[in-house]
Design a protein around this ligand. Sequence first.
Ligand code: ADP
Length: 251
Amino acid sequence: MSEAVISMENVSFSYENKKVLDHIHFSVPQGSFMGLVGPNGGGKTTLIKLILGLQKADSGNIRLFSQPIERFNDWNKLGYVSQKANAFNKGFPATVYEVVSMGLTAKIGYLRFFQKKHKEKILEAIAQVGMEAYTHENIGNLSGGQQQRIFIARSLVSDPELLILDEPTVGVDNENVQRFYELLDHLNRNRGITMLMVTHDTGTIAEQATEIACLNKTLHFHGKPEAYKSLTNEEWSHIYGHNIHLVTHDH
Ligand code: ADP
């Protein structure tokens, strides 16, 4: 059994009086590709915020790389890529190279000059996502799918061991979604980067992930894609159905 890079024991969390996560037991084994699905408002983003230390659990324990999160300070081990909604607009005055270099500032500090090894690292990360031809292109001129590749590159410069992706394929067209999955698959298998990906794409994720978790306030399912694919309609409606009003909940 491989070690868990993330483990949660009995974790609960509320926004004011509203319970969003209820006694969650969850773990992400090292080297796995975990797909996290569930209805809108089911608590997926909140779970990610707890893992990133942006929110604190009301109760329970969270460990990152076997360290209690309260004592964890090796944040370079985590890369995070959010929805395309946070992407750069046309005209944003930065090149692909500059955007990827931002991934290193956490490591070497702002306003320090990059050394040769840093420049090499930046170019290597851009090459890893197959975007060499765009190195000096303005980021705003790239398509949504291309920008997402650049955000992955920005995470890769600090050699993360875990990549957390929150609906990274929203707004990316079908053909590029497939290529994007191929990239994630490559990073997972060949670079050994553990993946935790939040997605609404309940079909494709079953083909890509090595494990799936379904969250709707509680963890309704956590297992292999084969078991996930054989969930019955009744089980599906249990996960999605009786809280369906949450789907339209605006947040
Ligand atoms: P998901 O990512 O699965 O769509 P979220 O974690 O974003 O779910 O949201 C879970 C619930 O918490 C939703 O009902 C949402 O409205 C609520 N929520 C999210 N963020 C906040 C916040 N900052 N303050 C209060 N309620 C929030």
